[in-house]
Write a protein that binds this ligand. Sequence first.
Ligand code: NDP
Length: 487
Amino acid sequence: MTSMERPAPGRLLIDGGWREALSGKSFDTTNPADESVITSVAEAGSDDVDLAVQAARKAMLGPWGKTTAAERGKILWRMGDLIHERLASLSLIETLDTGKTLFDSGKIELPMAAAIFHYYAGAVAAVGGRTLASRPDAFTFTLREPVGVVAAIVPWNFPFLLASWKVAPALAAGCAVIVKPASQTPLSALEMGRIGLDAGLPPGVLQILPGGGSSAGMALVRHPGVDKVAFTGSTEVGKNILREAAGTMKRVTLELGGKSPNIVFADADLEAAAKGAFNAIFYNKGEVCAAGSRLLVERSIHEEFVARVAERAEQVVLGDPREKSTRMGPVVSAQQMEAVLGYVERGKSEGARLVAGGRRALEVNGGKGYFVRPTVFDGVTPEMTIAREEIFGPVLATLEFADLDDAIARGNATIYGLAAGVWTRDVTKAHRVARALKAGTVWVNAYNLYDPALPFGGFKQSGFGRELGLEALDGYLETKSVWLNLV
Ligand code: NDP
């Protein structure tokens, strides 16, 4: 290993230095593929949070607050380059911590994170106010200013990528960011902190505080020195954050859960749709907020189509996520595995028909690791728990529909509104369904496509605010109106 590839210290990154936690605590992070401890990481408490917030406020008043957009763009570009340079070590760390395959971390997610830093390196130029010629006796214009200190609270399913969705636009806007990674997966966020330092971010601009959600996370949410919370995670915690943030009226954006419908019409290219439906739910072991976890299939093709998806599920090779032959790794933790298997039991007891998987894969890795066979339920009805609740694991609920209106009504029959898929060869039908679905993203004849320029976020209880695109920048900026009296 070169020195560049040595992992970041398992300490807190505060004010440009790696520190032991004032809390005196640390916690272990484990490899879900074999249950072994990877390393121990310092655990931030409320005193650490306070120190980091002070450093971030100091940074905003210091040189960082005076950087030009071009200077910030240069640093963001360098961060994107460094992700590419360190791709091998970063993707290995991500795979060890999450259980996702090396292909997914190294070929898809880390390159996407680099692309996001590169995108915002350019998008920084789009930050600007307006001149308003509304009255002759005054010169009026707007300024866009950074919202200030941002707490980015991120989950464990895409630790580095989802942190980049927040960190890159926040830095582009000129904010200082404190990242609180999920307890299960703290390691790659520490690497992001090191990348920021190496790219030239001044102390205090990007700080990393591993720690518990109800301790460090909540301390950030309540801290009066934090101006905004950008959160991705469960709807339940999102609601809690919203309530707590009201105390200081800080800005909040929430990217929450989903129960996304993936709608297949009889006129679709069924081979492409079956592959698409499979990937929509089973990518990253189903641990995807936008997962197509409700497969709605037109009645006339339902049986045959579900059989195709189930067959694909049965063929999945589970194993060590570092092996090339592995198509799916373990779910992230024992707790998550128990939750997923609990839903499987619930599905069976409520009368759904199991057509693939439905069990822990104890035959993999000598029974070590949290492997769950990709699971497909047929005969699911809308009132069943597995049709309504976010499972966040490799479990697909399939339902049928009668016609276009029925498909739309069933698609929208959820408290969530994050994403949806539609498969049809009929362009008119595709447009009608895409417009009628209450979801922040609709994919037609595709699923799970993302681009740094395309905003992503939720309708309904999937949250508010947008990640990615120029829309994400808005979430890290305040608008100030200035009047110059000309009389
Ligand atoms: P959480 O929503 O609990 O966690 C997400 C992040 O929020 C983590 O960093 C967590 O820290 C932190 N957090 C937890 N509680 C608080 C709090 N009170 N104040 C501030 N921060 C907090 O998700 P889980 O990891 O527990 O997963 C549970 C379920 O959430 C999943 O099964 C899935 O349904 C859903 N989920 C949805 C995601 C999405 O992208 N929409 C992503 C992840 C989960 P810590 O890890 O230390 O608890």
